[in-house]
Design a protein around this ligand. Structure first.
Ligand SMILES: Cc1ncc(C[n+]2csc(CCOP(=O)(O)OP(=O)(O)O)c2C)c(N)n1
Length: 332
């Protein structure tokens, strides 16, 4: 352990490694999108990596995690193999959702990563349900939900916070406040811009954290998790962060100044944290390059895996499709 770092060396380096894995996987996904290999929607998390990495490393491996359509990083850190994520983005059968979900619907029950939700705020009630089940069964696992600040204008947010607080459920509400919901700035769509005040209105403990600082995220989340696991009810964390790329691949970004984006990029979570590790003597340039090479190899292996994967045959199109009338089958 370094004197001024709040975690052991191995974890300190793991945090950097995971941020690099997300960054490089997504940069490659963007290229593949341009090449027509990945289609449909693609929402990149680039710039926000410190949140998923710092927060998920503060949870136990069997805690439940739910996220939005900007969820590649959360799935990866929760333990979904990069191969299965890349194959899913390609729409291949070898993907974690068997190619039926695509980028927005990564899902893997084995690692307790319960999606990937395309509906804004849709993951919040699901998380409360997971926590309620755990609570009723007397377990100690908690359920964490990641969502954008845009979700806080939705009814589902209010219903979820109300019930989680009323029933004192083990939920960690992780708000990724990147300031914009698509092209709409927070102050243009919400009357109360103090997000912690909204959570506090439901008597949910709340705290804001610098979401560009992976160590701050990890520490604050760890303290919150301790309380939630001890049975003290839900906790709300606002991670102040910024997405460096467009909302999705179709977004001319007319709603924000380039200068603002550049200012946030200067505080980028990867380069600021690498600099900190170097200053602490935990990493040198050769070590950084070795880590980057390792990540590059993992990403290229995932791309090769996705390329070699198979598409679902047309005859299977209606498999797992349910109708409301019992006993009836959908004809292909
Ligand atoms: C219920 C619902 N309304 C609208 C949309 C369209 N939509 C997709 S993403 C988005 C913005 C959400 O912003 P935020 O929650 O802040 O998350 P971010 O994309 O910034 O991560 C909207 C309005 C949707 N998917 N679901």
């Amino acid at each position: 352990m370094s004197a001024s770092l709040p975690c052991p060396r191995e974890l300190a380096l793991r945090l950097l490694h995971d941020m690099l894995r997300i960054r490089r996987m997504e940069e490659r996904a963007a290229e593949l999108y341009g090449a027509g290999k990945i289609r449909g929607f693609l929402h990149l998390y680039i710039g926000e990596e410190a949140v998923a990495v710092g927060a998920l490393h503060a949870l136990a491996p069997d805690d439940a995690v739910i996220a939005t359509y900007r969820e590649h990083g959360h799935a990866l850190v929760q333990g979904v193999p990069m191969n299965a994520i890349m194959a899913e983005m390609y729409g291949k059968r070898e993907g974690c959702s068997h190619g039926r979900g695509g980028s927005m619907h990564l899902f893997d029950a084995r690692t307790r990563f319960f999606g990937g939700n395309a509906i804004v705020a849709g993951g919040l009630p699901l998380t409360v349900g997971l926590a309620l089940a755990e609570h009723m069964q007397g377990g100690k696992r908690i359920a964490a939900c990641f969502f954008g600040e845009g979700a806080m204008a939705e009814g589902a947010f209010h219903e979820a916070l109300n019930l989680a607080a009323l029933w004192q459920l083990p939920v960690l509400f992780c708000c990724e406040n990147n300031l914009y919901a698509m092209g709409t700035a927070l102050a243009r769509s919400q009357s109360q811009t103090d997000l912690c005040a909204k959570a506090a209105a439901y008597k949910v403990a709340a705290q804001a954290v610098d979401g560009m600082d992976v160590l701050a995220v990890h520490q604050a989340t760890g303290a919150a998790v301790e309380q939630v696991r001890a049975g003290q009810g839900p906790y709300f964390l606002e991670y102040r962060t910024y997405r460096f790329r467009a909302h999705s691949m179709f977004d001319p970004e007319l709603y924000r100044d380039k200068a603002e984006v550049e200012q946030w990029k200067a505080r980028g979570p990867i380069h600021s944290y690498s600099a900190r590790l170097k200053a602490e003597g935990l990493l040198d340039e050769a070590g950084f390059l070795a880590l980057a090479a390792q990540v590059e190899a993992e990403v290229e292996a995932a791309v090769a895996y996705a390329e070699a994967g198979s598409l679902e045959p047309l005859a299977d199109l209606c498999r797992d499709v349910y109708t409301s009338a019992p006993g009836t089958q959908v004809q292909p």
